[in-house]
Write a protein that binds this ligand. Structure first.
Ligand code: PEP
Ligand code: MG
Length: 874
């Protein structure tokens, strides 16, 4: 029989998959002899079973839970549901990977009218008893029954106004008792029945709510962004309560063993006296710095510091811990490897290597490749920043520079993003409902909350710039306005925030690109030491190519030549070529294009300094290039010496019902060989010129023919290339090698890769088209229905962003095997969007690809992901 429930004494850190991160670490801390309020973990398998049973906790699992409640009673000497000596518990979620904001904690479970009265009497602390009770009703209603916190907060605010007080701690026992009554009435009003008084019902309701939360929209979005499979499920931890709200000798807090924003080795954290956990993270009261605990309770502080050291030495990583002090006694409620900014992650990894705590390989494995993205984002221009005067200051909660127009709600942030606008989301405080809006914003600014507030933690996880806790702001969220430094800001006004210093500026401060230096450079150096797969870039301009080289690209894996014609001064000749209706007209247009292409290619070769350059023949979906504006049509008519009507009818004749499967790729070169000839000339002539200037460079242009589905197609185009190139090289009297290869982006090409490899010297997987054609989903339209696929659990991620390993991956694997069977030295890369996605890069490493190619700013991510894949596959 499967065991679903484990006491903390039965687990350890190695059981993370079964017990979730929180459960496994509570068990590990118990094993280390640290002061942990005891309890048990209901496994992730129980969560899976809950869904299999139609969202029910079956009777066997319920019985096992109750058996463990009995065991908890024996350990604690208290009784669940007992009036005299009640055992109160917390119920908290804990997945394998930490998922902030997925589900809130429920504290003080087990309370009802009778229990609270006894507790008040026996403790002689009625204020505490009723504070626990009103919190429980509030949390249970919110988390389990989804009533919504705000109704309860409104009641608290009303009470405070009536009493003429501003702080929750100033509410008396009687006030809290009245509030508890009002909360229960609110519950009855919203739910239509009484608040549950039976602790067993409360417990099962709470556990169910945790399981249910695994499938809430927030969790699904978070999982998709962070590559966490739905099948993992969440565990639930049931733990004896330790009370931080017992009075002035009690408190609660969170701390990191190193600074999660900078990585600096120093204890960082916050605490609140006479409070419970959610008060610290909710940012309702501004907490005290952990150092101040030294003065408030020196013994507890010293014990805590010792525990922090023990935990860091034990886990060999920065720890993020939660603790509670119950009447001067310290309890540890959680430890985990702390979330950190990319900057901090790099510093911590390097420091841990230097401290002899971890190996270089472990340091490389410790950095989340996706997070590097934030370091590659622009920072404020130093001169402009110096000239600017800060108008306010909050906490630098998540580094980076952000500027944009002000919005006041997550919804508005999303709307603005959809319109291509850059915004800064300004909130009193954020809550999990704000996640999608936070993602849409360039930066987040909050009035309340510390370094561990929701906004700070979530923004750091996302790599979004955040300034939290700027209490100088007088906020009026309802009217979408705030006042800072005497100025009234309204929606749409511009603002800049600095997530490192916490400074806030009026207006837009220009930003500059980031560079790889310091610890970033060191980790990248280590990544390069361990990885075996090369990383190239997709670049169409010398500027992009230079940037990619700076970021470590070892070649160009894809130059989309049609992208070289987007600029206004070039598109005219391109349109002439498309709209030509005789070969002479086309040749005339091509002769205008050729020198431009040649100059571009020369600049690309120069930028790459001898590293490989793959140039793809034109692959324009024609509809993207034909003129649509009347003035452009008139101009074209004039240059071609045709009437506007003739041009319009040519444009009409180019209309395709399915342009993505239309007259593009090699089909263009088959129809108009003169285009392939012109491009070959430009590529080879440019190489001849550059080689003359740099005889030491190993310049071997790679000519890539797109959208091949049949070997004879490749032969026809290749013949044009070879005859043109060989003649040019012979006439130049130079020793220049070149390669002709193809993209594998149509399933038939993968299926017949052995035939294709007889002609192709290299393959490059165009997984954008290969995904499109394997699924039969239009790349341009899939966004319209993918959400329904996520909702129905058909897909967990976008196959255009994360490679489908089972289907598309199988075609790739087959093509490599077939291709290499014919041509063992065939080099194989990937240049679809997946080349910069860490999970897909890992898969490409498994397939044995020679390189991945991605956009310039993703090059460092791919380098790190390739290194991690190599280390894991050792
Ligand atoms: C691809 O299809 O994966 C590819 C890289 O080509 P494009 O995106 O230009 O079609
Ligand atoms: Mg393609």
């Amino acid at each position: 029989m499967t065991k679903y429930v484990y006491l903390f004494t039965e687990g350890n850190a190695g059981m993370r998959n079964l017990l979730g991160g929180k459960g496994a670490n509570l068990a590990e801390m118990t094993g280390l002899g640290l002061p942990v309020p005891q309890g048990f973990t209901i496994s992730t398998e129980a969560c899976t079973q809950y869904y299999e049973d139609g969202k029910q906790i079956n009777s066997a699992i319920q019985a096992e839970i109750m058996e463990n409640i009995k065991k908890m009673e024996e350990i604690t000497g208290k009784k669940f549901g007992d009036d005299e000596n009640p055992l109160l518990v917390s119920v908290r979620s804990g997945a394998r990977a930490s998922m902030p904001g997925m589900m809130d904690t429920i504290l003080n479970l087990g309370l009802n009218e009778k229990v609270v009265e006894v507790m008040a009497k026996k403790s002689g602390n009625a204020r505490w008893a009723y504070d626990c009770y009103r919190r429980f009703i509030q949390m249970y209603s919110d988390v389990v029954m989804e009533v919504g916190k705000k109704y309860f907060e409104e009641l608290i605010d009303k009470m405070k106004i009536e009493k003429g007080i501003t702080q929750d701690v100033d509410l008396t026992a009687d006030d809290l008792k009245t509030l508890a009554g009002q909360f229960k009435a609110e519950y009855r009003l919203k739910i239509g029945e009484d608040f549950p008084s039976d602790p067993v019902d409360q417990l099962m309701g709470a556990i169910k709510a945790v399981f249910r939360s695994w499938d809430n929209p927030r969790a699904n979005v978070y999982r998709r962004d962070n590559d966490i499979p739905y099948s993992w499920g969440t565990a639930v931890n049931v733990q004896m309560m330790a009370f931080g709200n017992l009075g002035e000798t009690s408190g609660t807090g969170v701390a990191f063993t190193r600074d999660p924003a900078t990585g600096e080795k120093k204890l960082m954290g916050e605490f609140l006296m006479n409070a419970q956990g959610e008060d610290v993270v909710a940012g309702v009261r501004t907490p005290q710095k952990i150092d101040q605990l030294k003065e408030v309770m020196p013994e507890v502080y010293n014990q805590f510091v010792e525990i922090c050291n023990t935990l860091e030495n034990h886990y060999h990583d920065m720890q993020d811990m939660e603790f509670t002090i119950e009447d001067k006694k310290l309890y540890m409620l959680q430890t985990r490897n702390g979330k950190r900014t990319a900057q901090a992650a790099l510093k911590i990894a390097c420091d841990l290597v230097d401290e002899g705590m971890i190996t270089e390989e472990q340091a490389v494995l410790m950095i989340e490749p996706r997070n590097l993205d934030t370091l590659l984002h622009p920072q404020f221009d130093i001169a402009a920043l110096k000239a600017a005067k800060a108008i306010g200051k909050g906490l630098g909660a998540s580094p980076g520079a952000a500027c944009g127009s002000i919005v006041f709600s997550a919804e508005d942030a999303e709307k603005a993003k959809a319109q291509g606008k850059k915004v800064v989301l300004v909130r009193l405080e954020t809550s999990p409902e704000d996640i999608t809006g936070m993602k849409a914003a360039q930066g987040i600014l909050t009035v309340r909350g510390g370094m561990t507030s929701h906004a700070a933690v979530v923004a750091r996880g996302m790599g979004t710039c955040c300034v939290s806790g700027c209490s100088e702001i007088a906020m009026d969220e309802a009217n979408k306005t705030f006042t800072l430094a005497g100025k009234k800001f309204v929606e749409g006004d511009s603002i800049s925030i600095d997530g490192s210093t916490g400074n806030i500026y009026d207006g837009i401060i220009p930003t500059v690109d980031a560079t790889i230096a310091g610890e970033f450079g060191r980790i990248m150096g280590l990544a390069d030491k361990f990885r075996t797969m090369k990383v190239r870039t997709n670049a169409d301009t010398p500027r992009d190519a230079k940037k990619a080289r700076e970021l470590g690209a070892e070649g160009i894996g894809l130059c989309r030549t049609e992208h070289m014609f987007f600029e206004a001064d070039r598109i005219a000749a391109f349109r002439e070529m498309i709209c030509a209706d005789t070969i002479e007209e086309r040749e005339a247009a091509l002769s205008k294009i050729e020198p431009v292409q040649q100059a571009d290619f020369e600049a690309l070769y120069e930028a790459l300094e001898g590293y490989p350059v793959t140039i793809r023949f034109l692959d324009p979906p024609l509809h993207e290039f034909v003129p649509t504006e009347e003035a452009d049509i008139e101009l074209l008519a004039k240059t071609q010496g045709k009437s506007v009507d003739t041009i319009k009818s040519i444009i009409n004749s180019l209309h395709e019902f399915n342009p993505m499967m239309g007259h593009r790729g090699c089909r263009l070169a088959v129809t108009y060989p003169e285009i392939a000839r012109m491009q070959t000339k430009a590529i080879i002539k440019a190489a001849i010129n550059v080689k003359k200037n740099h005889p030491d460079w190993d310049l071997v242009p790679e000519i890539m023919i797109p959208l091949i589905c049949e070997i004879k197609e490749l032969k026809v185009v290749k013949n044009v290339v070879v005859s043109t190139a060989d003649e040019l090289i012979k006439n130049a009297g130079i020793d220049l090698k070149y390669e002709v290869g193809t993209m594998i982006e149509i399933p038939r090409a993968a299926l017949t890769a052995d035939e294709i490899a007889t002609e192709a010297q290299f393959f490059c997987f165009g997984t954008n088209d290969l995904t499109q054609m394997t699924y039969g989903f239009s790349r341009d339209d899939a966004g319209k229905f993918l959400n329904a696929y996520y909702y129905s659990k058909i897909f967990e991620s976008d196959p255009f962003a994360r490679l489908d390993q089972n289907g598309v991956g199988k075609l790739m694997s087959m093509a490599i095997k077939l291709g290499k069977g014919v041509r063992p030295d065939l080099h194989v890369g990937i240049c679809g969007e997946h080349g910069g996605d860490p999970t897909s890069v890992e898969f490409c490493n498994t397939l044995g690809l020679t390189y991945v190619s991605c956009s310039p700013f993703r090059v460092p991510i791919a380098r790190l992901a390739a290194a991690q894949a190599a280390i894991k596959q050792k």
